[in-house]
Design a protein around this ligand. Structure first.
Ligand code: B1H
Length: 807
């Protein structure tokens, strides 16, 4: 019995019977309920707790192994982790999926239903947060000693409702019914002083399971609480309520995730969140170091710390502060330790997204850290001045401080100066960082700059999301692709096999039917699964150009109304707009308006459907990505750092229509240009437009179709006669068009026509689809993490020994 808990290496020994019994025990001992009163959520919790029991040995053994072996550890600092639900993923990674299905069956329950009960931890905005989650899972699978640190937001990314008015936001209370996957560690809590306030960060640990290995790493998220003892002592009895209010104030620190993807927002609370989680994490690392009997000056030998964008870049100053003030090192030693420990990943080229903090705010909240930043800057500029005599402009660009009426700290500059490596997330992005955004630094320190192209985990994004495809792959190329995604290349032997192609199409069709059913149940819209599913799901942003796809839909509508014969299409959009981003919300409103008219027009029946799927999330991604025929990756070239949804779709057999932007370029290289619908100006051409002065009007004038589309939208056709509603959007497109929609729309149309032609030949399309999956082995986050581990962190795998006694 006890042996059966050693599940990951010998899953079959954990019988479904034992799992069912464990669920029954948890219903009584954890949920305190009889079966007659149990809700579906109770059953979900019972299964989650029973699964947790089975991973605990691995988790405890992992910590024990790392402690005993004094291993070098990768530390990931990220303000966001978009984890998605744990249950199904943990079952797959433990090899318990079938047992759980059987156990549920024995209890008269439906596993799929229980899986859907889990509220997902949406502790991130989009790609950046999801990347952090994929990376955690890959580090565990590769048996790398690693810790992820972040913030335990009580409210994750807002819930999105879609009405005829567009996007409506509400709160995401993901913790309302408790969280069976976390363990609170009150014994590991640390004070952080911000202004004249001290907050306490308390650790909450979540296990991160590797696939098919014992390694179970820890994601440690900090929750803010008030230093009660201190506080209550400082208030006299009469001020009791005030003391409680103060406590509440402290707790607001980890209350909510900021919902702005990209444009920088200089909010006091946000800077407080950053120092809060960074300081707690660094203090925790010093505690671990001490526990191993190592002195502070050895910090960089024990830890390789990756900064996920500039959100944790304050770590440069905070690590210096701890080394100088708490551990009493001299400046040069402390600086050596700091720069040998930290490395920085940049995720964006948008200048408006580069974080800066006003000096005044910084001075108020973090005076000591600001003092340290000034000293870092003084020493850095002294060196740079020698290198670049008589070039004050260059020095001004390099400075950590932006001068002017409102002086600011530039967090990206701080990160580059304080880190041994800076990387971009796709080849083009890294190249543009070196050539434009960080050119002065790249000239100064060429060897510090590198690229690590993003990836996604094949466990969640294939094995969990697309079990039918996973089965087919197992049959045809064996099951090893889960650990080494380059095995997908072996599909090459089967592209001429009609029986295989037939099965391939069957799998894809089933995924589309699954999505059709979901949309029918949740939105009451019935889609045709045999039509081409044309999908754009991602945050709504002008640079991602959902409006380009929307204009194309209107064009198809006009062409169909004119009697043209186009193959049936279903155009699916999804994604959240930052609540304060008016233009993004207007784009949603436009899509909703178009959908309303198109879907009720009898002339469109069987030919065109438009759907906006509300509240796009990891769970919805798992449902949608496998059902995509055409993946829309249509950002203005040079704007999307990488993209990762593009990888998830191609991996699951979608064909991409895309620009030469971010990782699209590498996807096209891998899957072959013939299997990719390319369009649009290159990053270089877009750059030229900006240099020479761009105007959309000449493009519009030579394109009668686009004029008709714009006129139709302007006439109120999609806004119940309201001619003003979309004016800001249309005026923007016709006067400035900052994202060059008009320059690319003609080429986009041609690429779409080519899509239609290919779709008419189903077996050709199936072969192109296989070629996409086949070529995507490179885009595993295992490969990304291997590159970080070898080239940047110098961290090696440490297999976990079974050390704890059987219970
Ligand atoms: C990405 C962000 C981001 N880049 C600020 N930058 C945020 C910036 O809340 N904030 O303040 C949140 C997120 N996110 C994305 O990172 C890129 O746009 C994608 O192209 C890339 O694939 C992803 C992962 O590298």
């Amino acid at each position: 019995m006890a042996e059966s808990f050693r599940s990951s290496t010998s899953p079959c020994q954990t019988s479904s019977r034992a799992l069912a019994e464990a669920m029954q025990r948890h219903l009584f001992f954890s949920q305190a309920k009889s079966p007659s009163l149990a809700t579906r959520h109770d059953h979900y919790r019972c299964l989650a707790l029973a699964v947790r029991d089975r991973l605990l040995h691995n988790w405890v053994d992992t910590a024990e192994t790392y402690t005993q072996a004094q291993v070098r550890t990768a530390v990931y600092l990220s303000a966001e982790y978009l984890l998605g639900p744990h249950l199904d993923n943990n079952l797959v990674n433990l090899g318990l999926r079938q047992e759980a299905e059987q156990a549920c069956h024995e209890l008269g329950l439906d596993l799929e239903e229980l899986i859907r009960e889990e509220p997902e931890p949406g502790l991130g905005n989009g790609g950046l947060g999801r990347l952090a989650a994929c990376f955690q899972e890959s580090m565990a699978t590769l048996e790398l000693p690693a810790i992820g640190y972040g913030i335990r937001y009580e409210f994750g990314i807002f819930r999105q409702q879609i009405t005829t008015q567009g996007q409506q936001e509400s709160t995401d209370s993901w913790l309302a019914q408790g969280n069976p996957w976390e363990v609170i560690r009150p014994e590991w809590s640390y004070p952080v002083t911000i202004g004249n306030h001290t907050v306490i960060g308390v650790a909450y640990d979540t296990p991160i399971l590797g696939y098919g290995v014992r390694t179970t790493n820890t994601l440690r998220l900090w929750a803010a609480s008030a230093p009660e003892a201190l506080d209550f002592a400082s208030f006299n009895a009469g001020d009791y309520t005030k003391a409680v209010l103060h406590k509440m104030q402290s707790e607001t620190l980890s209350k909510v995730l900021y919902p702005n993807d990209e444009p920088e927002q200089g909010k006091r609370l946000r800077l407080s969140q950053q120092i809060f989680f960074v300081s707690c994490s660094l203090q925790d690392m010093f505690r671990i170091l001490r526990g191993q009997g190592l002195p502070a000056r050895e910090f960089h030998r024990k830890f390789a710390v990756q900064l996920n964008d500039t959100h944790p870049a304050i770590a440069v100053a905070e690590l210096m502060r701890l080394l100088l003030d708490e551990h009493r090192l001299d400046w040069d030693t402390a600086w050596g330790v700091t720069t040998a420990s930290l490395s920085y990943t940049n995720h964006t080229l948008l200048p408006e997204a580069l974080e800066t903090w006003g000096i005044d705010l910084f001075q108020q909240l973090l005076p000591r850290q600001l003092e340290i930043i000034y000293e870092i800057n003084a020493r850095f500029l002294r060196m740079a001045r020698i290198r670049y005599p008589g070039q004050p402009d260059k020095l001004a660009r390099l400075s950590l401080i932006e001068e002017g009426p409102h002086r600011k700290v530039r967090m990206a500059n701080l990160a580059v100066v304080g880190c041994h490596h800076t990387n971009g997330v796709a080849e083009l992005h890294s190249e543009l960082l070196r050539r434009h955004v960080l050119a002065d630094f790249a000239e100064l320190w060429p060897d510090r700059f590198t690229n690590v192209t993003n990836g996604v985990t094949p466990r969640r994004w294939m094995a969990v999301a697309n079990p039918a495809l996973a089965n087919l792959l197992d049959d045809v190329i064996g099951s090893h692709w889960r650990r080494d995604l380059t095995h997908l290349q072996a599909l090459g032997k089967h592209t001429g096999d009609d029986a295989f192609l037939q099965r391939w199409r069957g799998v894809r069709d089933a995924s589309k039917q699954r999505l059709v059913q979901h949309i029918h149940q949740t939105q009451g819209i019935l889609l045709d699964h045999s039509s081409l599913f044309d999908v754009q799901v991602k945050r709504i942003h002008e640079y991602k150009r959902q409006h380009l796809a929307a204009l194309h839909v209107v064009e198809r509508y006009l062409r169909l109304r004119n009697g043209e014969d186009l193959p049936p299409r279903t155009v699916i959009f999804g994604g959240k707009a930052a609540p304060g981003y008016a233009m993004a919300k207007l784009i949603i409103r436009l899509i909703v308006g178009i959908a309303e008219i198109v879907n009720m027009d009898p002339a469109m029946a069987g030919r065109l459907r438009v759907v906006f799927v509300p509240n796009f999330s990891v769970s919805l991604g798992q449902l949608i990505y496998p059902a995509v025929d055409l993946s829309e990756q249509i950002s203005t070239a040079g704007k999307e750092a990488s993209g990762t949804g593009n990888m998830k779709m191609a991996l699951n057999g979608a064909l991409t229509i895309g620009t030469l932007d971010g990782a699209n370029i590498e996807i096209r290289d891998q899957v072959g240009a013939d299997n990719f619908f390319l369009f649009g100006h290159t990053a270089e051409q877009i750059h030229e437009f900006d240099r020479m002065g761009y105007h959309p009007m000449p493009w519009i004038e030579k394109d009668p179709i686009v004029r008709e589309v714009i006129e139709l939208i302007g006439s109120g056709h999609f806004s119940e006669g309201d001619r003003d509603l979309f004016h800001p959007l249309l005026a923007n497109l016709t006067s400035h068009d900052p994202f060059k929609v008009m320059a690319d729309i003609g080429d986009y149309r041609q690429a779409q026509n080519h899509v239609d032609a290919c779709w008419q030949d189903p077996s050709r399309w199936a072969r192109m689809s296989v070629a996409n999956t086949m070529g995507c082995g490179f885009f595993s986050s295992d490969r990304s993490i291997q590159e970080y581990a070898e080239r940047i962190w110098k961290v090696a795998p440490v297999p976990v020994e079974a050390t704890t006694r059987s219970l």
